[in-house]
Design a protein around this ligand. Structure first.
Ligand code: FAD
Length: 438
């Protein structure tokens, strides 16, 4: 039995490694060096297209925890990272060439792998296939993916608003209410006085934006305008738009006298994450923290994800995938990597591990890996496949999507350490005996 893996990026390589480890032959299709996406430039597999950092290296950070969990799967990315590590303080940064070369050699030279350097533009849902073509999937394949997912189920850019943790919002300054008291009071409202709004507005319109790559052209903005662009149209534009205060009565005062109100919408089922409604933005991350922390109630907010605007092809996973990264409609087809709506190098690789592992398990008549929401590698597929996410936006590793503890620990580092150690114990238990024959 052979599996076709499309895309030799971070997710594709991890998927291949899990498949061959479990005795499955792989045909790996990679369009480089015949064709390059606008961000790729090197013929090696697993190219890091931008930063050379794989983020934090400690388990008290969710991405650090994810990396430790991936090591338990014998991750090819983590092996390469350890070999190519460069000094970067608390982060795990790598020499990108050494990193990519190590993975390329390991995958290319494996006797079970056959590499085809060609662009795939057709998918047969009756063939065992893992699609891992990333955020810059070629146009020809994107059209084909639309055919198997449905044309409304593929997004072409990311226009995401920042997300903060619920526990970091100052509850003394905000209130829950439904506009005109209609429906349930689901939104957290951050009321602003005229003075607060004016100060915020002046910083917003002068804050520094991130440079856009050539391929992330202005078309991106037509359907989904960044908050800073909207603000520049006039001082009142936001007050009559996403920050309109009308009909929002503060139960603490019984009045609806705020000058402007920023609304926060629940972002996950557990209610641990909230996004800033209408705040899709292209501001630099540091600027987002500085300016959005001026919103009453968000002074000490923990931003688990910043707003981004860039080309990003991803499917509507909540309606298309189950928790194993497998298509509901075509069980022989799995997706992996950024195209599933996980976001980031490490997150993408982690989904490749599970997609490859699960495909192999299916072919070998074994149980697939049951994701656990107390672990990071499990919380990600549970999040992206959750059909409660009606307005689906990509998600990176963070403690907001991992189950909290039953006890209250005020110190954040201590709390995250405990959650992380619990996750690692669960993973050890789940993977007992897995790598024994290596
Ligand atoms: P990729 O690593 O992109 O791999 C996909 C592979 O599929 C590529 O090799 C591509 O050539 C191939 N391919 C595409 N179409 C076809 C086809 N039709 N046939 C055959 N092969 C095909 N994340 C971070 O954590 N840090 C960052 O600094 C960062 N910077 C980013 C910058 C940009 C411009 C973009 C777009 C994304 C960035 N990301 C970053 C997000 C993301 O984590 C990376 O894009 C990551 O590489 C995704 O991994 P992947 O395996 O899903 O896709």
């Amino acid at each position: 039995m052979k599996v076709k893996v499309i895309g030799a990026g971070l997710a594709g390589c991890e998927a291949v490694w899990q498949l061959v480890k479990q005795g499955i032959d792989v045909d790996l299709y990679e369009m480089k060096p015949v064709k390059y996406s606008p961000a790729h430039s090197n013929e090696n597999f697993a190219e890091l297209v931008c930063s050379n950092s794989l983020k934090a290296d400690r388990i008290e950070n969710a991405c650090g925890l994810l990396k430790e969990e991936m090591r338990m799967f014998d991750s090819v990315m983590m092996e390469a990272a350890d070999i190519s590590r460069v000094p970067a303080g608390g982060a795990l940064a790598v020499d990108r060439d050494v990193f990519a070369k190590h993975i390329t050699e390991k995958i290319k030279n494996h006797p079970r792998v056959t590499v085809f350097n060609e662009e795939v533009t057709e998918i047969n849902p009756d063939e065992y296939t893992i699609i891992a073509t990333g955020p810059l999937t070629s146009d020809g394949l994107a059209d084909e993916i639309k055919k198997i997912t449905g044309s409304d189920e593929l997004y072409f850019y990311d226009a995401a608003a920042p997300i903060v943790t619920e526990e970091s919002i100052d509850k003394d300054k905000v209130f829950k209410a439904a506009r005109y008291d209609k429906g349930t009071a689901d939104y957290i409202n951050c009321p602003m006085t005229k003075e607060e709004y004016t100060a915020f507005y002046n910083e917003l319109i002068t804050a520094e934006t991130a440079p856009l790559k050539e391929f992330e052209n202005q078309k991106v903005f037509e359907g989904c305008m960044p908050v800073e662009v909207m603000a520049k149209r006039g001082e009142q534009t936001l007050v009559f738009g996403p920050l309109k205060p009308v009909g929002l009565v503060n139960p603490k005062t019984g009045k609806d006298d705020a000058y402007a109100v920023v609304q926060l919408r629940q972002d996950n089922k557990e209610g641990t994450l909230y996004n800033l409604v209408g705040f899709q933005t292209n501001l630099k991350w540091g600027e987002q923290k500085r300016v959005f922390s001026m919103i009453p109630g968000l002074e000490n907010a923990e931003f688990v994800r910043y707003g981004v605007m860039h080309r990003n092809t991803y499917i509507n996973s909540p309606t298309l995938l189950n928790k194993y990264y497998q298509m509901e409609k075509y069980p022989k087809v799995f997706f992996a990597g950024q195209i599933t709506g996980v976001e980031g190098y490490v997150e993408s690789a982690s989904s490749g591990i599970l997609a490859g592992y699960n495909m192999a398990a299916m072919l070998n008549g074994k149980d697939m890996f049951e994701p656990d929401s107390k672990t990071c590698i499990g919380a990600l597929p549970l999040y992206i496949s959750n059909s409660a996410n009606t307005k689906f936006q990509p998600m990176n590793a963070n403690f907001g999507i991992i189950d909290g503890l039953n006890e209250r620990i005020r110190n954040k580092a201590e709390r995250y350490n405990k959650i992380a150690n619990r996750a690692l114990d669960i993973m050890k238990d789940k993977l007992k005996g897995e790598n024994d024959d290596e």
